[in-house]
Design a protein around this ligand. Structure first.
Ligand SMILES: [Zn+2]
Length: 296
């Protein structure tokens, strides 16, 4: 059953369809006065993307719990498709993970490769056989790291939720927890990584030139971080915080639980990074550079 994106109460329908699928009316949440259950139904993909980057709870709830839910049909006698079974929903989620995760891994690998490849004079083409090999190895390294992080987070979620359920077995289970499925975790991690990737992308294309430190880099004591550290902070600290935020929304759990889950994911990711660092870097020095940038 879909949920209200404001208060997470389960609602039977998000909108009513009249004569055609373009003629629809949003349903109000019975729990929130004068509020639509899910205003994101009417929003376009660009708005959804911007709200994901801005880490808005509502868009996470819409994409994870409400996407693809059946509308109420106002005209009787029209052909109505049967509601999706749990198996079909699971299949759709796996497809979305692949469709969304693939491009994110490519962008992540490209940003990492740009950071690790020393800048060359503009008259030399960066696309040599050597650099293409390095890009491929970086892509494999990023994929291994991501899979390890997701695996660590999934295992930690399983354990933490099991303990939380035992401790709180006397309390009623919330609507959002009833709708929770473990396949939502990888999707949440991919969605919440957009903020980090967006900022890393900006740092990659607007790298400060060498010379005196720009005024912006000394703003609010930010001179503590040089160029490398700034990217490390965005990747690991901001990345960890946004992943924790996403998990809080999808699990509806206190920050302590999500912090434990993220740290567990980092431990598994760090172990995997160490395993592949030498191969991804090409030699020991580059392997260490890759490792220093990737692990918290
Ligand atoms: Zn509500």
């Amino acid at each position: 059953m879909p949920i209200c994106t404001t208060c997470t109460t389960a609602v039977p329908f998000l909108y009513t369809v009249y004569e055609s699928s373009y003629n629809l009316r949003l349903e109000q949440c019975p729990n929130c006065p004068d509020t639509f259950a899910d205003p994101y139904v009417e929003h376009d993909s660009l708005t959804l993307l911007l709200d994901l980057i801005l880490l808005k709870r509502g868009v996470f709830r819409h994409l994870l719990y409400n996407r693809g839910s059946e509308p109420r049909r106002a005209i009787s006698g029209t052909a109505v498709a049967p509601p999706q079974t749990e198996k079909e929903k699971q299949k759709m989620r796996r497809l979305t993970i692949l469709r969304f995760g693939g491009p994110i891994l490519c962008v992540d690998a490209f940003i990492r490769w740009c950071h690790l490849t020393p800048s060359q004079p503009s008259d030399i083409s960066p696309w040599t056989r050597e650099t293409m090999n390095a890009l491929f190895r970086t892509f494999v390294g990023v994929s291994v790291e991501t899979i390890a992080f997701h695996f660590g987070v999934l295992c930690a979620c399983y354990v933490v939720l099991g303990i939380a359920d035992r401790l709180g077995s006397r309390h009623a289970v919330s609507d959002i927890r009833q709708e929770f499925r473990f396949s939502l975790i990888p999707l949440t991690l991919f969605y919440s990584s957009l903020t980090k990737l967006f900022l890393l992308f900006l740092l990659t294309i607007w790298r400060p030139s060498s010379g005196p430190a720009p005024i912006s880099s000394t703003f609010y004591g930010f001179q503590l971080f040089d160029d490398d550290n700034r990217e490390w902070v965005v990747r690991n600290v901001l990345g960890g915080m946004s992943a924790g935020f996403g998990l809080r929304v999808v699990l509806d759990s206190p920050p302590l639980f999500t912090t434990i889950i993220i740290i567990s994911g980092w431990v598994v990711k760090t172990a995997a990074s160490h395993l592949v660092s030498r191969w991804v870097g090409g030699d020991e020095q580059m392997g260490e550079a890759w490792l220093a940038y990737s692990i918290p």
